[in-house]
Design a protein around this ligand. Structure first.
Ligand SMILES: [Fe+2]
Length: 372
């Protein structure tokens, strides 16, 4: 299974992973054979990419760290809670905070049950339906980091809840500003920068949300050397939960397609985070975060320093830069009898690049600053 950008989807390709919108409606089921009509529909729905089984790679399975069912449920619940937060009293299907807590608890159970699974699968959302899926991925990435740091169950629950609701203060900002492709006016910028304080105040008013969860909303844009907002806090002044959420927030934002730019390749996002230790974020937290993320997710086509090309078939915890690769093309670029190479064992062989081109990972838009 590989993630293929919409611009290079072809009729006849088989969908490898179901796609849902944030209300939990199924847009595309796994196994569907794409037609021109389906592809056009996906374009209309602003879906940036699809996971495809094309047989070419003998389709290594990509395992999500949490089940599809719980991810869809979490996205739907966050959407309902944020809709209610935006205009109190008008939520159509108000979800109780206790239900969200149960969902976070279930996510924690699933993560603890699979201690060796790394974050391999980048969740795909419609470009204009980004927030809720993003919130869930930030929560999952934060929890993985918390587990690596040895947090208690109680700490994990507070971290997971706060990370899930970290952007609740954005609900009062119009989408036209949040999704604006151009530069924000000073007034718009000031409004966006209010979301941590607004979110903090909103969360403090919700019974059942702990103060440490609310602090995540307040401090997730603070940065290690004081470059962040709203207070310009530094180092240890920032709550550790908020640092974790900040790292997860930046990483997941980079690897997602946005209105104003294409997604960064995962290894570039990985390198940006790796280089942010004791600059944007506490080094110790960055290291714990990176333990759980595959720099080259399963299904990525990579070129090796030997000149051979292959597909990543296994990414392991703590060995992010050294996946197992199935070689498909020899040094001359000719298709060869596939064989496996474990880059953790073949340490003199390095990944020299990700094969992009018509595989759909090529970025066409300009790079955005890391922390925009
Ligand atoms: Fe935020």
């Amino acid at each position: 299974m590989r993630k293929i950008h919409i611009s290079v989807l072809q009729p006849g390709m088989r969908v490898g992973r179901a796609l849902y919108n944030s209300s939990g409606q199924l847009l595309l089921s796994a196994g569907t054979i794409l037609t021109r009509k389906t592809i056009a529909r996906l374009e209309m729905a602003a879906i940036p990419a699809v996971y495809v089984d094309d047989g070419f790679l003998k389709d290594p399975a990509i395992v999500d760290v949490v089940s599809e069912e719980i991810r869809v449920q979490a996205v739907r619940q966050v959407r309902e809670l944020l809709a209610e937060a935006a205009v109190p009293g008008t939520g159509t299907a108000v979800v109780a905070i206790s239900e969200i807590k149960e969902t976070v608890s279930e996510i924690i159970d699933q993560l603890l049950k699979n201690p060796d699974v790394v974050f391999n699968l980048i969740d795909i959302r419609a470009i204009d339906d980004y927030t809720f899926g993003h919130s869930v991925s930030v929560s999952v990435l934060s929890l993985l980091t918390g587990i690596t740091l040895g947090y208690s169950r109680e700490e994990l629950l507070a971290l997971g809840m706060g990370a899930l609701l970290h952007d609740v203060g954005k609900t009062v900002i119009p989408d036209s500003i949040l999704n604006k492709a151009g530069k924000l006016s000073p007034e718009e910028f000031a409004l966006v920068r209010e979301h941590p304080e607004r979110g903090f105040r909103m969360l403090l008013q919700i019974p059942g949300v702990s103060a440490s969860s609310a602090l995540i909303a307040l401090q997730h844009h603070e940065r290690y050397q004081g470059q962040g907002y709203p207070r310009g806090l530094r180092g240890d002044e920032i709550h550790e939960f908020a640092v974790i959420c900040g790292v997860a927030d930046v990483f997941d934002a980079l690897v997602a397609d946005r209105v104003y730019r294409r997604a960064y390749p995962v290894h570039e996002a990985y390198e940006l985070i790796a280089g942010s230790g004791n600059f944007l974020f506490d080094y110790r937290i960055v290291q714990a975060f990176l333990q759980n993320v595959a720099a080259y997710p399963v299904g990525t086509l990579v070129r090796l320093s030997t000149g051979e090309t292959g597909v990543v078939i296994e990414a392991r915890r703590g060995m992010a830069l050294y996946p197992k690769v199935r070689i498909l093309f020899d040094r001359e670029g000719s298709a060869c009898e596939p064989y496996e190479m474990d880059l953790w064992k073949e340490r003199e062989v390095l990944i020299s690049g990700v094969v992009e081109g018509d595989l759909g990972t090529r970025r066409t838009a300009e790079k955005q600053p890391l922390d925009s």
